[in-house]
Every structure is written in C-alpha cells, then in structure tokens.
Design a protein around this ligand. Structure first.
Ligand SMILES: *[C@@H]1O[C@H](CO)[C@@H](O)[C@H](O)[C@H]1NC(C)=O
Length: 148
C-alpha cells in the first residue's frame, strides 16, 4: 500500500477514535455562544475546568455510581436528579433524556447545566469542581482560545 494512503488511513481511524473528545477551545467557543460566560457568576474557565475534571473533555463519557445512578457526558450530569435514563428513579429536573446529554450538539447539556448551576450551591453541586477547581486560579484554561 502506498505510504501516503496508509498514513491517511491511520489518521482517519485516529479521528474516529477521537470523535468523542472535544477540544478545549472548541468547547470554550460553544459555551460562549450559549451565553455561559459569566452565567451565575461563573467564567468560561470554570466550565472548562469542570469539563476537564469530570470527563477529560469526553462528550460520550458515561459512568455508573455506587448508588446505581449514572453520570452522563462532558459535565457528568447525574440521572438520579437531572435526567431520565429510564432505568432508575429520577427527579428528571432538566426534563431531558440522559442520552441527549451525550450529543455533540451541546444545547441540551448547556440548558441542563444552567439549571444545575442556578440551583442552591451553584457549581459546588459538582464535587470534582469543588475539589479541583474552586478557589484556584483558572484563567490559564482559556490560553490560546479565540472566541471570535
Ligand atoms: C469516552 O467515553 C466513552 C464511554 O465512557 C469511552 O468508551 C471512550 O473510550 C472514551 N473516549 C476516550 C477518548 O477516552
């Protein structure tokens, strides 16, 4: 097989494998477009730090918790309270199907995240944010990102 063809095949496969990952700056741009910048007093850096500590920017991440509930997507939104996974009891406060929180179209995710961050405790509702992002200098998360 010609080397050039082989190389493009390899990079194509790599791209498929990476499809669930969103780049840091692409995420910043999308969240900016959805007006999360400054929403409830949280900066885009807070959201980027949150996405990193929760999912490593993996849009399709699903994680099962010890209580039988699941966390979905880039912000690891929990099925017990926020979305309906048709498996366990859910308050479904966001009125959304959990599967929708895995969509690369971030609209449902952003709408639900806005509800969470508007509730008592704000971003502290995400334990990982509280542990790893809260009260720390975070502006470096936006380094090199141009929101256009
Ligand atoms: C993203 O999460 C999914 C589901 O948890 C997993 O199968 C996949 O390997 C992850 N992708 C990366 C690049 O880590």
């Amino acid at each position: 097989m010609p080397r050039a063809l082989l190389m493009s095949l390899v990079s194509c496969l790599a791209a498929v494998h990476q499809a669930s990952l969103i780049s840091r700056c692409d995420l910043a741009k999308a969240l900016h477009e959805e007006d999360l910048d400054g929403f409830e007093g949280y900066s885009l850096s807070d959201w980027l730090c949150l996405a990193f500590v929760e999912s490593n920017f993996n849009i399709s991440k699903v994680n099962e918790n010890t209580d039988g509930s699941f966390d979905y997507g880039i912000f690891q939104i929990n099925s017990h309270y926020w979305c309906n996974d048709h498996q366990s009891h859910s308050e479904n406060i966001c009125h959304v199907d959990c599967q929708e929180l895995l969509s690369p179209n971030l609209l449902s995710i952003v709408n639900c995240a806005k509800k969470i961050v508007s509730s008592a405790g704000g971003m502290k509702n995400w334990v990982e944010w509280k542990l790893h992002c809260s009260g720390r200098p975070l502006s470096y998360w936006m380094t090199g990102c141009h929101l256009g």
